[in-house]
Design a protein around this ligand. Structure first.
Ligand SMILES: Cc1cc2nc3c(=O)[nH]c(=O)nc-3n(C[C@H](O)[C@H](O)[C@H](O)COP(=O)(O)OP(=O)(O)OC[C@H]3O[C@@H](n4cnc5c(N)ncnc54)[C@H](O)[C@@H]3O)c2cc1C
Ligand code: FES
Length: 260
């Protein structure tokens, strides 16, 4: 059973409007994989539930984890006011993460991410590079205020799509594939639901595998409340229903496995 534990903030800085990067000293780094997440507890007692935030980077030597988050509500606002030396309560490591072994026989591994789905791509791209993979990384932003794109360029070929066309391709990450003449043979994706639906449709039309991370609303984060279920194609052998808990069975699923 996962327990609430303490970590210590090593450093925090704002990297774009409303977006923060925080390094936390914690032994959870030892078991962390790309695509997994931690629950971060606000101190405010009226906000009891841990906030699920993806692992952006892992430094096993320094026993540290990095998260990158957007301020959207009470919890994330509170985190943004914390600084080096502060104690922070965490639960983890949560979720399944990306299984990088499925890229073994693939030559055109493509990572696709939009908005606050971009942070988990850093550790994933880093790990794939360490495994000898050359990746294409397509990043979707609203406008020219990008974040993490320069860091990601150290680990793969970065292609940018923006909603307003201020940099890169004007449009979404799916249409950007054709614009940049990319023909993936496997996709790992994270981002808003409309984007993930587009990835699922694309992967089915091109008969390729896609792993998608569903960052939907969660409550307990540990499989207890059923507050995060999604519809699956197959019936679960234990519950006998076509459901999966995103927090424990996911957040990463084969696109073909889930109805989204
Ligand atoms: C697996 C996973 C990974 C995520 N990774 C990141 C990340 O790396 N960076 C990032 O900025 N955001 C990420 N999110 C979204 C993040 O969890 C929410 O933005 C955050 O919980 C909002 O908390 P809040 O208190 O500021 O907002 P509020 O709206 O005040 O939150 C109220 C409640 O709703 C829940 N909630 C609200 N929005 C979401 C959401 N989108 N997903 C899940 N629960 C939500 C909160 O946990 C809380 O219990 C992730 C979500 C999931 C499920
Ligand atoms: S959030 Fe409670 S079961 Fe997933």
């Amino acid at each position: 059973m996962k327990k609430k534990i303490s970590g210590e903030i090593i450093r925090q800085k704002q990297i774009a409007t409303g977006i923060y990067s925080m390094w936390i000293a914690t032994g959870l780094s030892e078991e962390a994989r790309p695509g997994q997440f931690i629950g971060v507890y606000p101190k405010d007692k009226s906000a009891l539930l841990p906030r699920p935030i993806s692992i952006c980077e892992v430094d096993k030597d320094k026993r540290a984890l990095r998260i990158v988050y957007r301020v959207v509500g009470k919890g994330t606002d509170e985190f943004s006011h914390m600084s080096a030396g502060d104690d922070i309560k965490l639960i983890g490591i949560l979720g399944n993460g990306y299984d990088t072994s499925i890229t073994k026989d693939k030559s055109a591994v493509t990572l696709m991410a939009g908005g606050i789905g971009i942070p988990p791509m850093v550790e994933l791209a880093k790990q794939l590079m360490a495994e000898g993979k050359q990746t294409s990384i397509i990043l979707g932003y609203r406008d020219s205020e990008t974040f993490l794109s320069e860091e990601l360029a150290k680990y793969g070929n970065v292609y940018i799509a923006t909603d307003d066309g201020s940099i890169g391709f004007c449009g979404n990450v799916i249409d950007a594939l054709a614009y940049y003449k990319l023909t993936p043979d496997i996709i790992c994706a994270c981002g808003p639901m409309p984007m993930l639906r587009g990835v699922k449709t694309y992967s089915e039309a091109h008969d390729i595998e896609a792993l998608i991370s569903l960052e939907e609303r969660m409550a307990c984060g540990v499989g207890a409340c059923l507050g995060c279920v999604c519809r699956t194609k197959d019936t679960d052998p234990h519950s006998h229903v076509k459901n999966a808990r995103i927090c424990t069975d996911g957040p990463v699923f084969y696109a073909s496995e889930v109805d989204i």
